[in-house]
Ligand binder design. Structure first.
Ligand code: PHE
Length: 461
């Protein structure tokens, strides 16, 4: 048995990892992104493809990242370099780590701006701005926010500051506690919202929209978007889980741990959908509204329900916390790399990386106002900078990273090495995992990539 330790120390227990990984997984991806892209892609059939991607591709890739992370016990770049050398393979595999570090930074550059919207909505809620507000007022509130670059910038700055603050202190401190106590409260509030959605008289319409698959609504692009969302929401394909896996106790069973995180993440996304779509239909809104969807629907619910100020404030505040624990996962691989390989003090590394991401975020901030006309047309869609970064990272960079990680774990590493990690703590299902990670995940990813290049049309397969 290999005995290697991370210089950052380990999680205090298996639970420490579950909490941190769930913290990274549950975030804006579940509550903001899942509903809006489901709305844009026609509902049920898209949800089904997404769920299939989570189980057949997402779970095996998450396990692979944990296997690699714990075996390497370093940041993703260091782990990929070490493991490829250990298996006597090309050290070019370390570029998978670099790709992940870059992807995480790019994602955080827009993620932080959206997290800023939730900060702003927390304050709006406290001030009572949602009280009895109708769809027009709520819509105007959102467009007003987007139109002001300085306001967006201020919230983005605050959120990046919060992220740097936690990462500078080390991942284990603060993070475990935040997730342990606050995530369950978020879950309860989501249930309250679902309960409210049941009183709108349009609940079943929402349920049908989410769960009745209408395959005629499935476009070729939807497959790529569903796969991208599976990666994004599970925080896989960029090394976050690999970095957290490096701090995993020696005897933790990997497969059931990964399954716990995946189940928690999926539950939160589906609950968010159940809370939001009935509101969309009850208020005659368009489910394909786009990134503003939750910001234009939830305030309506909080504005009407008894105790809405308290619930609304708490909800947006918890969404901030959920985004915060995800942001830490996005930045940790880059910071861990500088600390380990460049011997930089953690505080300086966090400031340097955080500062760069903050600057990158300007592109997103301005793409909603002063640069909103700066677009690139692909097919029938015009992409702003924000759309471009969002699309490239989720739908290309994460799946590409995932493909390379799956190939590395399934084909490059020896069976003995992966089996050694997998079986600790008496995990079962190695043969199934190996089949998925060697064949199913790479095949699914390749088909989707060929689809993007126009070589294959999935809808005709
Ligand atoms: N999973 C997070 C979310 O759903 C986003 C994220 C992606 C976090 C990749 C870390 C790494 O919001």
């Amino acid at each position: 048995m290999l005995k290697r330790v991370s210089i950052h120390g380990n999680w205090s227990s298996r639970m420490g990892f579950v909490l941190a990984a769930t913290g990274a997984a549950v975030g804006l991806g579940n509550i903001w992104k899942f509903p809006y892209i489901t709305g844009e892609n026609g509902g049920g059939a898209f949800v089904l493809v997404y769920l299939a991607c989570v189980v057949a591709v997402g779970l095996p890739v998450m396990i692979a990242e944990m296997v690699l992370g714990r075996r390497g016990r370093r940041n993703p770049i260091g782990t990929m370099k070490l493991l490829s050398e250990e298996e006597s393979r090309s050290s070019a595999w370390r570029f998978v780590g670099w790709l992940g570090v870059a992807t995480g930074m790019l994602i955080l550059s827009y993620y932080s701006v959206v997290a800023g919207w939730t900060l702003s909505y927390t304050v709006e809620s406290i001030s009572g701005a949602f009280r009895d507000a109708g769809p027009e007022e709520v819509g105007a509130m959102f467009s007003g926010l987007l139109a002001s670059p300085l306001t967006l910038l201020a919230w983005h700055t605050l959120f990046m500051g919060m992220t740097v603050f936690v990462v500078a202190r080390g991942v284990q401190h603060g993070l475990e506690a935040a997730v342990r106590y606050l995530m369950p409260v978020l879950l309860v509030l989501l249930l309250v919202l679902v309960g409210y959605a049941m009183t709108t008289g349009h609940f079943m319409e929402g349920v049908h929209f989410l769960f009745d698959p209408d395959f005629s609504k499935l476009t070729p692009a939807a497959f790529m978007i569903a796969l991208g969302q599976a990666f994004f929401t599970l925080s896989i394909g960029m090394g976050a889980i690999m970095a957290y896996g490096a701090y995993l106790p020696e005897d933790t069973a990997i497969a059931p741990t990964a399954a716990t995180v995946v189940a928690a993440d999926t539950t939160v996304a589906l609950l968010a959908g159940l809370a939001i779509f009935p509101l969309v239909f009850a208020n005659g809104l368009n489910p394909g509204e786009g990134p503003g969807l939750i910001f234009q629907t939830l305030p309506l619910a909080f504005g009407m329900m008894p105790g809405g100020v308290v619930f609304g404030t708490l909800f947006f505040l918890l969404l901030v916390v959920a985004a915060w624990t995800s942001a830490i996962g996005l930045i940790e691989p880059a910071v861990a790399y500088l600390v380990e390989s460049r011997s930089m003090p953690r505080r300086r590394a966090a400031l340097l990386i955080g500062g760069s991401i903050w600057l990158l975020g300007f592109a997103t901030v301005f793409s909603f106002n002063v640069w909103s006309d700066l677009t690139v047309s692909i097919g029938d869609r015009a992409f702003t900078m924000f759309d471009g970064v969002e699309f490239f990272t989720s739908n290309i960079a994460l799946p590409l990273g995932g493909l390379l990680i799956a190939v590395f774990a399934g084909w490059v590493m020896s069976k003995g090495s992966t089996l050694d990690e997998f079986e600790r703590g008496a995990s079962t299902g190695y043969a199934t995992w190996r089949l998925l990670v060697r064949w199913v995940a790479p095949a699914a990813l390749l088909i989707v990539f060929l689809q993007v290049t126009g070589l294959v049309d999935i809808t005709n397969l």
